[in-house]
Design a protein around this ligand. Structure first.
Ligand SMILES: [Zn+2]
Length: 434
């Protein structure tokens, strides 16, 4: 009996996914046959050069973590110029515009890109160009996403594309580093009726993020008495304790699947070469595509740090070294199943637009983490073009087939939200969280 029941349960689970496939294929075909959609796709391609100029302009407006305001105001102005008269900046700093559909508000899909960069204020963000390659900190991450977003909605608005579901167009703050996804956290706190989430973050179009890499980051501050290296020899050292900890951390083993990683990213400490260090601090990054593995790693690593302190104290028969462990980053892990409509729609859109390259699915840490951790279907898609050296001052971008970013975003959005009179939304309406 049990056996039969479980087979029935499996059939029930699997059937909707299979049933959905022909419906989604039909919806894709009717969208691609629609003259308005064809015209919108053409307009996006024709907008390519202008979108690139926009991307450069955005890049040159600095947007350090927690200081995205000037860029947010520019983005708001551009949204208003595109016809989003009610666009505004919310309490957290996100730029938000509601694009109403014909279906009474649902499903509601967020289409977003992030405003912030990793670069502090003093970094020169002037765009430089050489032999078709554009160099500037942040040129791809995520100026491309913002430019793709504007290009997409420019074409949709100009062509009067009317979706069934509502779209919430958002420029988010705090995606990078210590921003800890504060923008999207606020978005989901303030809007309980979101049914799906798309972030345009990354380049090309063939890489789709449907898994969110969780991360925990710590600052660890080792403290001791400190003293003269010669006169007070015999006292324990904060730096030596930290060194012991780093040596232990270096030997940790983590699984390749689900990918789980760690690094001691920065170290600081001591005041002088001839002093036993009174203080040393390090920042540690741990990531995994699985929450379980992340927590396992974290438990082990924190244990090693405490053990290092015990050993340094034991070495000098004292208890004067201590460590303060501060959580400075917390991003949840999550996964959106392959048969979920948002993944299916994205996969179809990308293969339609990009033709050649196969769609690859990956895990990453993006704004989608928060949606995924809340059980809200989400993907992070590429804005088009190619590039590299992210988060470095040598970041580069090349606008190869860049228009494919906003084009595949268009098809994904239309499949999920439905095109009025042409196709039904593939995105399901969720029970709103109470
Ligand atoms: Zn990014």
């Amino acid at each position: 009996m049990k056996f039969k029941a479980s087979i029935a349960a499996i059939v029930l689970l699997v059937t909707p996914a299979f049933a959905q496939t022909p419906a989604m294929d039909a919806s894709l075909q009717s969208l691609l046959a629609n003259p308005k959609v064809v015209k919108t796709l053409d307009d996006i391609k024709a907008d390519d050069a202008r979108a690139l100029e926009e991307q450069k302009r955005i890049t040159e407006i600095p947007a350090p973590p927690f200081k995205e305001k000037v860029r947010a105001e520019y983005f708001l102005k551009r949204m208003q110029e595109l016809g989003f008269k009610d666009a505004s900046i919310d309490a957290e700093g996100n730029v938000i515009a509601l694009r109403k559909g014909t279906g009474g508000g649902r499903p509601k899909l967020v289409v977003s890109a992030h405003l912030d960069t990793v670069f502090p204020e003093e970094v020169d963000v002037t765009v430089k160009e050489k032999d078709g390659v554009i160099n500037a900190p942040g040129i791809g991450d995520d100026s491309r996403g913002l430019a793709a977003l504007l290009s997409l909605f420019k074409a949709m608005n100009e062509n009067g594309i009317s979706t069934v579901g509502d779209l919430l167009v958002v420029g988010t703050v705090g995606e990078e580093e210590l921003g800890n996804l504060r923008g999207v956290k606020a978005l989901f706190r303030d809007h309980r009726d979101i049914d799906g989430f798309i972030s345009i973050d990354g380049l090309g179009v063939s890489r789709v993020v449907n898994q969110s890499t969780g991360s925990h980051r710590y600052e660890m501050i080792f403290k001791g008495p400190g003293g003269h290296s010669f006169q007070e020899f015999g006292l324990p050292s904060a730096i030596h304790a930290m060194g012991r900890a780093i040596a232990k951390i270096s030997e940790l083993q983590t699984p390749a699947e689900p990918r789980t990683t760690f690094t001691v990213g920065t170290v600081r400490g001591g005041t002088s070469v001839n002093a036993i260090a009174a203080e040393a601090r390090m920042a540690v990054d741990m990531r995994s595509n699985s929450t379980e593995e992340l927590l396992k790693l974290e438990e082990k690593l924190l244990g090693l740090v405490k053990q290092a302190v015990v050993e340094e104290n034991a070495r000098w028969s004292t208890d004067k070294i201590s460590v303060e462990i501060k959580l400075i980053g917390d991003r949840p892990a999550g996964i959106v199943e392959m048969d979920s409509p948002i993944v299916q729609a994205t996969q179809r859109a990308v293969s339609t637009i990009a033709r050649g390259p196969k769609v690859t699915f990956a895990g990453s840490s993006t704004d989608s983490n928060i949606a995924m951790s809340l059980g809200i279907p989400a993907v992070t898609i590429g804005g088009g073009g190619e590039g590299g050296n992210w988060h470095s001052r040598n970041e580069w971008y090349k606008p190869t087939d860049a228009w494919m970013g906003p084009q595949s975003a268009l098809i994904t959005v239309l499949m999920l939200s439905g095109l009025d009179g042409v196709s039904k939304p593939a995105l399901a309406v969720r029970q709103a969280a109470k």
